[in-house]
Design a protein around this ligand. Structure first.
Ligand code: AMP
Length: 394
C-alpha cells in the first residue's frame, strides 16, 4: 500500500501549520445540523497544538459565487461550534491576504476560502498568499481531495513540507481495505439514485469483488436492461447499455449479482403515498407504480447473500430512506452488514448520502468505518488519482 506522508513524522514545535479541513457542513438557521466533518478534524488540530505548533484552519462552505463574499456561507457559525468542541478560543482570519504571525498553541479559522478570487481555479496567486501563513501544509479535507482547488492542490505544492492529517490518513487506509487489501468474499452493495454516478466505481471494483448487491433507484435501469417491468420507477435510458455491459461482465467473471426481485412501490413520489409490494421477476409489476424501496423477498434474499462476506463496501441507500414507508430495505441491509461486522467482517460505509442513511437507521457504531467523503470517496474507489492526494505525494 502506498503510504501518505504522516503527520507523526513531522517536527512541529514552533512551526506554523496550514491545515486544509473540510468544514463544509449543513447549516440551518445558523445551526450546524451535522458536525461529523468538524469532529473528524479534531484529532489533527489537537495533535498540532499539543506538539507546539500554531494552526491556521482553512475550508470552503457551500457554493458562493467564486471570489464573492456571501454572508449566507460564512464560516462564523463553524468557528463558534469549533470553540465549543476544542474548549478554547479560535481566532478569526477575515482576510487571507493579510498574514500575521500565528503563535505556537494558537488556532485560527479563516473565512470561507471561496469568498476570495481563485480558489476554485487553483490559482497560484491565491496559493502564494496562503503560503505566507505557514511553514508546512496539512491535508485533512478528505471530502475536498477530488478538487484541484488552490487551497487543496496548488498550496500543497508551494509549502516545503506536506503531510496527511489523521482524518485523511484514516480515510486513505480504510479505502485501501476495499481496494487492495481485500479479504474474500468481498461484497459490494450499491444503491442510491443514479447509475451514472456509480458506473466508474462498478467498473473498477467488478474484477475485485465476489458479490454485488444492487438496490435503490439505480437498480431499475438494470432490471430494465433485463427486460423486467419497472413501471414508472427511476430509469436512466442512456445508461441501459452500460448496465447490460456490467451484468454481462459480471457473468463472464462468475461474480454473484443480486438485483431486486420485488419492490415497495407507490403511484406517486411522496412520503405518505399508499405503498404496495409487487414483483419484477414474474412480470407483474404494474405500469402506473414506481419502486421506492426493495421489497420483502429481496430483503430475504439479501440476508443470505450478505452472510459470510469478509469485506463489505456499502454505497447508496436501498430506497427512499428519508421516508419511513420506504426505509425498511435500507434498514435491513444495514443491519445485515452490521451483523457481519460483529462476526469480524470489515465494513466501509460512505459516498453520497450513505453516511446519512447509516445514521438514520442507527448503524453508525456498528460498522468498521464511515467515510466523510462523498464525491472524493467515489472517485478514489473508481481508481482515479485525486488532485489533493497527488499534491501530497509530490
Ligand atoms: P445517492 O446520492 O446517489 O446515493 O442517492 C441517494 C438518494 O437516492 C436518496 O436521497 C434516496 O432517497 C434516493 N433513492 C433511493 N432509492 C430510490 C428510488 N427507488 N427512487 C427514487 N429515489 C431513490
Amino acid at each position: 500500500m502506498q503510504r501518505l506522508p504522516s503527520l507523526r513524522n513531522a517536527s512541529l514545535k514552533g512551526k506554523r501549520a496550514f491545515v486544509r479541513v473540510d468544514f463544509n457542513v449543513p447549516i440551518e438557521d445558523g445551526k450546524i445540523t451535522d458536525d461529523r466533518r468538524i469532529r473528524g478534524a479534531l484529532p489533527t488540530i489537537n495533535y498540532l497544538l499539543e506538539s507546539g505548533a500554531g494552526v491556521v484552519l482553512c475550508s470552503h462552505l457551500g457554493r458562493p459565487k467564486d471570489g464573492q463574499p456571501d454572508p449566507k456561507h460564512s464560516l462564523a457559525p463553524v468557528r463558534a461550534h469549533l470553540e465549543t468542541l476544542l474548549r478554547r478560543t479560535v481566532g478569526w482570519i477575515e482576510d487571507p491576504f493579510k498574514p500575521f504571525a500565528v503563535q505556537p498553541g494558537e488556532v485560527y479559522l479563516m473565512e470561507n476560502i471561496r469568498f476570495f478570487p481563485g480558489e476554485t481555479k487553483n490559482d497560484t496567486e491565491l496559493a502564494r498568499a496562503l503560503a505566507e501563513w505557514a511553514d508546512l501544509y496539512v491535508s485533512d479535507a478528505f471530502g475536498s481531495l477530488h478538487r484541484a482547488h488552490a487551497s487543496v492542490e496548488a498550496l500543497a505544492r508551494f509549502l516545503p513540507e506536506r503531510y496527511a492529517g489523521f482524518l485523511v490518513e484514516a480515510e486513505w487506509e480504510n479505502a485501501q481495505r476495499v481496494l487492495t487489501q481485500i479479504q474474500s468474499p468481498y461484497l459490494v452493495v450499491v444503491g442510491g439514485a443514479k447509475v451514472s454516478d456509480k458506473l466508474p466505481l462498478l467498473q473498477n471494483l467488478l474484477p475485485r469483488l465476489d458479490r454485488l448487491l444492487i438496490g435503490g433507484g439505480m437498480s431499475y435501469t438494470f432490471l430494465f436492461a433485463l427486460n423486467q417491468p419497472i413501471g414508472r420507477s427511476l430509469l436512466e435510458k442512456e445508461q441501459v447499455e452500460a448496465a447490460r455491459h456490467i451484468l454481462a461482465e459480471a457473468e463472464r467473471l462468475s461474480k454473484k449479482v443480486l438485483l431486486p426481485v420485488d419492490s415497495v412501490a407507490a403511484t406517486e413520489f411522496s412520503a405518505g403515498a399508499p405503498a404496495r409490494v409487487f414483483r419484477h421477476d414474474d412480470g407483474t409489476f404494474p405500469e402506473e407504480y414506481m419502486g421506492l424501496d426493495i421489497g420483502p423477498a429481496t430483503i430475504q434474499a439479501a440476508a443470505q447473500f450478505i452472510t459470510g462476506s469478509r469485506t463489505i463496501l456499502w454505497n447508496g441507500p436501498m430506497g427512499v430512506f428519508e421516508w419511513e414507508a420506504f426505509r425498511q430495505g435500507t434498514q435491513k441491509v444495514a443491519e445485515f452488514i452490521a451483523a457481519e461486522t460483529a462476526t469480524g467482517a470489515y465494513s466501509l460505509v460512505g459516498g453520497g448520502d450513505t453516511a446519512a442513511a447509516a445514521e438514520v437507521v442507527g448503524v453508525t457504531e456498528k460498522v468498521s468505518f464511515i467515510s466523510t467523503g462523498g464525491g472524493a470517496l467515489l472517485e478514489l474507489l473508481s481508481g482515479e488519482t485525486l488532485p489533493g492526494i497527488a499534491a501530497l505525494l509530490s
